[in-house]
Write a protein that binds this ligand. Structure first.
Ligand code: PLP
Length: 359
């Protein structure tokens, strides 16, 4: 099976992990700080705080932003459920606005002026143009799980030029991996300090009372990343440019190979922007059958995503397909084709032939 996404791990990544296993610290050693510094280098943010997953990172961001009961958090319905669940974790109310048919990102013009927080998702790796936000909610937390390595005219995604915090995921299908892992970047030293406490039981060191002394000032979790994961993340980040470059090369190849087929291609990054191409999601006429035929042909296509309001967990919001006509029209045909740096040209040709045969 050619999967829709997978990690690219080489000898240099393996050596860095083995080095940690032979050393003194498996967790809370020097690797986390190294990885966080590498993340601030690639994103341009002042601070990066590593987490055990992207979901934990979003939970942390929602919590330290002070969101809770009575707050409304708007996100895109065309996303992974974690984008909306972070509101639920803190007792806030998730809400959705329909997507923009040209970018497949949430339509900024539909964001209600009264919402407390916005969680824009850079779907597939194409950044939301946050500089266009006319009335900025109190809190903006980017869900950049797809978009590490993407560029906008105001710099790399993750620099928080138009947001308070930006969350990343390092799951194996994402742009770089730590196995499981996530991070939040921010330019606020106060938010960074709260994120560090949140990921480790709410503990704050109080060295003036002795080197051993700490206080638990808030309810935290154990959402720490291990040094094993962080070491992998640091060597992976060193390959970010190559990974995103190859993803863009594969996207350009798909565009030319698929130009004669009856499929709708995903939106491109505008001039001056760079797409991270976590996903290459086309739209086909008969998705049900095309999906099955592709799978039978050994191509691991996937659908990103079942709109969040369709999940039973979200039934209490009483939202349905009729409320999101653009999301529904797009979802009906969505199909993610294989996209990862180690996908060879030959394998990509095989995907295209299978898609042609499956129409
Ligand atoms: C992958 C993903 C997450 C969650 O990340 P994990 O590391 O799997 O917890 C959140 N949001 C989006 C949009 C994602 O694709």
């Amino acid at each position: 099976m050619i999967p829709y996404g997978r990690q690219s791990v080489d000898d240099d990544d393996i050596a860095s992990v083995v080095g940690v296993l032979k050393g003194d610290w498996l967790t809370q050693g020097p690797q986390i700080a190294r990885f966080e510094e590498a993340l601030t280098d690639v994103t341009g943010a002042s601070y990066a705080v590593a987490f055990s997953s992207g979901t934990a990172a979003l939970h942390g961001a929602a919590c330290v932003a002070g969101l809770g009961a009575g707050n409304t958090v708007v996100t895109s319905p065309l996303s992974f459920v974690a984008s909306a669940n972070c509101a639920r974790y803190v007792g806030a109310t998730p809400a959705f606005v329909d997507i923009d048919p040209t970018t497949l990102n949430l339509d900024l013009d539909l964001v209600p002026p009264g919402c407390d927080a916005l969680v824009p998702v850079h779907y597939a790796g194409l950044p939301v143009d946050l500089s266009r936000l006319s009335h900025r909610p109190r809190i903006v937390i980017e869900d950049a799980a797809h978009a590490l390595g993407a560029l906008t005219p105001t710099g790399p995604v993750g620099n928080c030029a138009n947001s308070d915090m930006c969350a990343f995921s390092f799951h194996p299908v994402k742009v770089v991996t730590t196995g499981e892992g996530g991070a939040v970047t921010t330019n606020s030293s106060e938010l960074a300090a709260r994120l560090r406490a949140f990921r480790s039981h709410g503990a704050v060191a109080t060295p003036d009372r002795g080197g051993w002394s700490y206080e638990i000032r808030s309810l935290g979790f154990n959402y720490r990343m291990t040094d094993i994961h962080a070491a992998l993340g640091t060597t992976q980040l060193g390959k970010l440019e190559r990974f995103v470059g190859r993803r863009n090369e594969l996207a350009a190849r798909y565009r030319s190979l698929l130009s004669e087929l009856p499929v709708d291609l995903p939106p491109e990054a505008p001039p001056g922007w760079r797409h991270a191409y976590h996903l290459f999601a086309v739209r086909v006429a008969d998705r049900h059958d095309v999906y099955r035929r592709m799978r039978d042909a050994g191509i691991g296509v996937q659908v990103h995503y079942v709109p969040i309001y369709r999940h039973p967990l979200y039934a209490d919001l009483r939202l349905g397909p009729e409320d999101f006509p653009v999301t529904e029209a797009v979802y009906a045909g969505l199909l993610s084709l294989p996209m990862y740096p180690d996908l060879t040209d030959d394998e990509q040709n095989q995907v295209v032939r299978a898609l042609e045969a499956a129409q």
